[in-house]
Design a protein around this ligand. Structure first.
Ligand code: ADE
Length: 249
């Protein structure tokens, strides 16, 4: 059976998965660590790529081409954009968009399909949609999921699972103005720095992908503090969902 690739950016995102990996063999390629082995008897390759779109693209390419992965997941953290969401909520992407790819004219910046010149895209689509059949299995497997409350969370508002649009860009967002624009103009539920780049690579190789993100902050002026406080806890929550999903992928 070909393995499932699991991509992470930072050590906190990888920790729980690496700790539970059986038969682990570690290799280093392009300055990135890859851990091949089994999680609950499922063959997997875990990659710690580092942050940002280029790192994600390198690691996704290696997972597919060198390690033969049949599906590639991202597991990690994100900033919330949708005001209905709270820290600790988990967003699974039904669609991903690179929010910093596009063109700037005198009236400002317009997001455009990454990798194409304006007006030369082969279709009108912006970003990439997750595979319907895969998402259906994910929804079914998580239908009765109960997320653990955050240690410093509001007991009256337990964490929720949400399916929605995830935006990717090479910047940490800590601005109310940008957060509001990304939600209003692009309908983003969450923002992070790797998912849509990974999806672009997967689309190029015709490999299904999935992005799972737990919210460490709300991408506003307190995001740096919230990130530091919640990164470990919410990264664990995303990794635990990966483990639960492996049998249906
Ligand atoms: N990952 C976690 N929080 C983020 C934020 N606010 N912006 C971009 N990536 C993030």
């Amino acid at each position: 059976m070909r393995p499932i690739g699991v991509l992470c950016a930072i050590p906190q995102e990888l920790a729980y998965l690496a700790d539970n990996l059986a038969d682990a063999t570690t290799s280093e390629v392009a300055g990135m660590r890859f851990h091949a082995g089994h999680l609950d008897r499922e063959p997997v390759v875990l990659a710690q790529a580092g942050m940002g779109k280029v790192n994600a693209a390198i690691a996704a390419t290696l997972l597919i081409e060198r390690f033969g992965c049949r599906v590639v997941l991202f597991s990690g953290i994100a900033g919330g954009l949708d005001p209905e969401l709270s820290i600790g909520d988990v967003v699974i992407a039904d669609h991903v968009v690179q929010h910093d790819a596009g063109y700037t004219l005198k009236d400002g910046f317009t997001v455009y399909q990454a990798g194409y010149l304006p007006f030369f895209s082969p279709n009108d689509a912006l970003g990439h949609a997750a595979e319907e059949a895969l998402l259906g299995r994910v929804r079914a497997a998580l239908a009765d999921l109960v997320l653990s409350p955050l240690s410093a969370g509001d007991p009256a508002r337990p964490p929720r699972l949400h399916f929605g649009r995830v935006l990717t860009g090479d910047q940490f967002v800590g601005s109310e103005v940008l957060r509001e624009r990304l939600f209003r103009e692009l309908g983003g539920a969450a923002v992070e720095m790797e998912g849509a780049a990974m999806a672009q690579v997967c689309a190029a190789f015709d490999v299904p992908w999935l992005v799972i993100r737990a919210l460490s902050d709300l991408a506003g002026h307190e995001s740096h503090f919230d990130f530091a406080q919640f990164v470990d806890e919410v990264a664990l929550s995303s990794a635990m969902i990966v483990r639960r999903l492996l049998p249906v992928l």
